[in-house]
Design a protein around this ligand. Structure first.
Ligand code: BGC
Ligand code: BGC
Length: 850
């Protein structure tokens, strides 16, 4: 039998009443707990917002009614958000989750090419299961949330707009509202209710892998845009708010994600509280005032404390002081990162003010069960649960989810023609045109006559995946081909259409070779797609250690061909050499599916007129060196290569000469050893075991896992070494990995080695290898027998290997995912300790590859 925690009507009426009176405070005693002095300090920094969406007494009464009827189990289910890869429709029927999501690159039936109707069919089944009260006894519609962060980017054929960094350069809030309204329509066409956007990070260090998800380094644009996006997604509070053309929005990630130390994804923000408000909170001022109904908590910490567990920020500041009365959703198992929590259990987050756990993986079930028992034991108060559920229900009621037809019957559902509709693409093309920033235009080489012979070179020229970046069909934006973007236009095909129509000739040649000498070359190149921490970099040098684009630019220049560079990137980068090699240079950011917007600006019309001028201005300062990673308008001694707001128009005087300093200022002399496993794996590195296809994250001091046995061992001090016994029953390995690739190229450049202590506990057979892997499918391996002294058994020996040996085999040290893996198909017993990357030791290495 289910335990029911029923509050009497009066208690709940008082609860909801006090929620109204305190503008969203969670009535769990927190208001009393903040002393007067602290309250007045908070009040000085954080304003009470004037929020466009007001409380509606009818809705509030319904909430009271629901809370009275609901069991504890039903309430907790409203707070659990699993992912489509981890639940079935039957789970939805049984538990009645308040919401669910598809992560980046998760599709109905696991089918990348799922049609809009497949999306609608899943939405319909989940909805019907949620309102089926036969098992869970209640009929509350669920809602589906998705990352439509630059258009409905998980769906094949959708219109993909420029990523936010490009929209920031356009600085046009009206256009942004249109884009959001279109995104809402394409999302509605797939039966989905809710979008995890806008990202309102104010990005302060461009090494951050999510830089392109930010509109600007300056809070002003972010604040204006946040309101515009929220208005576009949800509809304006005073007109068609959350009507059948609109979706729920989420302002994310609360708070300070763009200001972590070293631009580290999910890292620590150590700004003062005043700066937290002045710089990082402005998107919340804009978006919440416009009435955004949800906020996503951020993975990052503030002064060492994870935001998901920060009651001061989530409850006192956001809800109580600013007056936010929607719900706070967590980020991808973000609660599990709070000290003392796991993905499966985390009362701390709820107590801090999180209302919905985003809980992908199988963790949802134990989390649901543990949360229920934590309420029973009093670790979580029933008032807190009621407050969280009241917030979820308030948003559902405001969005009309109880009254709207089911997903399949909504006005846009299944209207395939809306996905990537021509009018939508026209708006995206307009956004592309407005996002382009002209950095250099020597001798006014641009605009180009389309009547010439134009060579179109570079690996991004005809590559829609590359021009779209991360969060494009797949999470990282990788593994896509042009055919995965039906209806889209590559930069090359946009140019070619106009050049051919005007009587010119467009020749596509990625590597820049040609038979007939061109009059001019347009070279399209830039960063490979990435998302989140995978995009974190050590510094801002473009193509460090592999200057392939520069080689291409220089070879054209040497042949006397004028060069127009179109640079695709998710951030400003140090490209002085590439700028020197180009006559004109355009920062195109990540334009998305409408590559033709670039031709509109670069090319004149057939009758020799400017079609569209450049209007984009840098919303991020452009760095002068590779180490000028945190250069922001308003800094003391502000000295970028090109300042915030820079952007040439046709006819403007060119400012960049061809002799920019080509010294990156990167200095490896201060490089210290990188500890990989010293005592224990050192973050971000962790140890896992693989046997056959199975993987185990090492979590205790011994494991028996398929063909591999593991235990800690004492070398110099207690448990500072690791022993691995391979049984030979199947292929097995011990791997030191990181979730996000690390940029370790400095160690390669600094003549580095990987060094470690190793002990052979048995005779070494030849089938043990030491491997390294990097992002994509790159990697290399070396036979252990070639580097250790096989005659020494049961004694420690020190080994070091020149990193160049791995680089020669193709390891890309800029995105290393595993520096050390032991693999074997056979029988072996090996112990290791003290694994490090060490600079300046290649000449003395056990194995050198110079
Ligand atoms: C990201 C969020 C995103 C979520 C769901 C997280 O890793 O930080 O921005 O909404 O995944 O895909
Ligand atoms: C998933 C994505 C998700 C991301 C969030 C990845 O592991 O595959 O779908 O959006 O995590 O961090």
């Amino acid at each position: 039998m289910k335990t029911t925690f029923k509050l009497n009507a009066l208690a709940i009426a008082t609860l909801v009443g006090s929620v109204t009176a305190l503008s969203g405070c969670s009535n769990d005693g927190n208001v009393e707990n903040i002393n007067a002095e602290a309250q007045s300090k908070t009040a000085k920094i954080w304003p009470k917002l004037s929020i466009a969406v007001k409380k509606d007494p009818v809705i509030e009464a319904k909430i009271v009614d629901y809370l009275q009827k609901m069991t504890l189990e039903q309430k907790v289910a409203q707070m659990i958000q699993p992912e489509i890869r981890d639940i079935t429709v039957e789970d939805m029927r049984k538990y009645g989750f308040g919401s669910y999501l598809n992560g980046g690159g998760a599709f109905p039936n696991g089918d990348k090419h799922a049609t809009p109707n497949d999306w609608v069919a899943l939405a319909e089944k989940m909805y019907q299961a949620s309102i089926d009260d036969s098992v869970d006894g209640i009929a509350i519609p669920t809602m589906w949330g998705t990352d439509a962060v630059h258009g409905h980017n998980n769906v094949i054929g959708a219109t993909l707009f420029p990523h936010n960094i490009g929209l920031g350069a356009a600085n046009n809030p009206e256009l942004i509202e249109k884009i959001a309204a279109i995104t809402a329509v394409e999302v509605m066409a797939t039966g989905i209710d809710w979008v995890f956007a806008p990202t309102v990070a104010v990005v302060r260090d461009d090494r951050w892998g999510r830089t392109y998800e930010g509109y600007s380094e300056d809070p002003q644009i972010v604040r204006d845009y946040s309101a515009a996006i929220v208005n576009g997604l949800q509809g304006r509070a005073d007109s068609d708010f959350l009507s059948d053309k609109r979706v729920i929005s989420t302002v994310k990630h609360f708070i300070g994600d763009g200001g972590t130390v070293d631009g580290d994804d999910q890292g620590d923000n150590v700004t003062t509280e005043q700066e937290l408000f002045d710089i990082h909170a402005q998107g919340y001022v804009g978006g919440l005032s416009a009435g955004s109904q949800s906020v996503m908590a951020s993975f990052n910490s503030w002064h060492g404390k994870k935001n998901h567990g920060n009651k001061y920020l989530l409850t006192d500041v956001l809800k109580t002081r600013m007056g936010f009365d929607g719900f706070v959703v967590g980020d991808w198992n973000g609660h599990g990162q709070i000290k003392g929590c796991t993905n499966e259990s985390c009362p701390q987050a709820i107590n801090a003010g999180l209302d919905i756990f985003m809980v992908p993986t199988g963790a949802w079930k134990p989390l649901y069960e543990n949360t229920i028992s934590q309420v029973k034991t009093g670790e979580i108060s029933m008032d807190r649960i009621d407050d969280a559920v009241a917030r979820v229900l308030r948003v559902k009621l405001r969005a009309g989810l109880f009254d709207k037809p089911s997903p399949a019957k909504r006005q846009f559902s299944g209207k395939t023609e809306l996905i990537g509709a021509k009018e939508h693409r026209e708006v995206a093309k307009e956004a592309v045109r407005e996002s382009l920033v002209l950095l250099k235009n020597k001798n006014n080489i641009l605009p180009l006559s389309p009547k010439q012979n134009v060579l179109i070179a570079g690996d991004a020229a005809d590559n829609i995946g590359k021009q779209s970046g991360g969060w494009s069909i797949t999470w990282q934006g990788t593994n896509n081909k042009n055919v995965d973007f039906p209806g889209a236009t590559s930069i090359y095909s946009g140019l070619k259409n106009q050049i051919s129509a005007a009587g010119g000739k467009a020749i596509l040649s990625a590597d820049g070779t040609f038979e007939q000498r061109p009059d001019v070359a347009i070279v399209v190149f830039g960063e490979e797609p990435y998302a989140e921490g995978h995009g974190d970099r050590d510094n801002l040098e473009f193509e460090r250690g592999n200057k392939k684009s520069l080689v291409l630019l220089n070879s054209l220049k040497e042949q006397g061909i004028p060069v127009v560079a179109v640079f695709i990137s998710g951030r400003p980068m140090w490209v002085n050499s590439e700028l020197n090699a180009s006559d004109a240079f355009v920062a195109a950011w990540l334009p998305g599916t409408e590559g033709a917007g670039i031709a509109d600006v670069l090319l004149k019309s057939a009758d020799d007129k400017v079609q569209y001028n450049f209007t984009g201005k840098l919303s991020f300062s452009w760095p002068k060196t590779a180490i000028q990673t945190a250069v922001n308008k308003g800094d003391e001694n502000y000295d970028p290569l090109l300042p915030y707001g820079f952007g040439l128009a046709y006819g403007d005087k060119n400012v960049l000469a061809d002799d920019l300093d080509e010294d990156s200022k990167l200095d490896n002399s201060a490089l210290t050893n990188m500890n990989v496993l010293v005592g224990a794996p050192v973050a971000p590195w962790r140890l896992l075991l693989k046997s056959g296809d199975k993987i185990l994250d090492v979590s205790s001091s011994t494991h028996e896992f398929g063909a591999i046995k593991y235990r800690t061992e004492d070398k110099t001090v207690q448990e500072d070494a690791r022993q691995f016994d391979f049984s030979g029953a199947e292929k097995a390995s011990a791997e030191i990995v990181t979730s996000f690739a690390e940029d370790t190229i400095a160690y390669l450049e600094a003549n580095g080695v990987i060094s470690f202590d190793i002990k052979l506990n048995d005779e070494l057979t030849n089938d043990v290898v030491l491997a390294m892997t990097c992002s994509g499918s790159c990697g290399a391996s070396i036979d252990l027998a070639d580097i250790v002294d096989k005659s020494i058994e049961n004694e420690w020996q020190s080994v070091s290997i020149d990193l160049g040996c791995f680089a020669k085999q193709g390891v890309n040290f800029a995105s290393l995912t595993s520096p050390f893996s032991l693999r074997s198909n056979g029988k072996a017993s090996i112990s290791v300790a003290n694994i490090q990357l060490v600079p300046n030791k290649a000449d003395e290495a056990t194995l050198s590859c110079k």
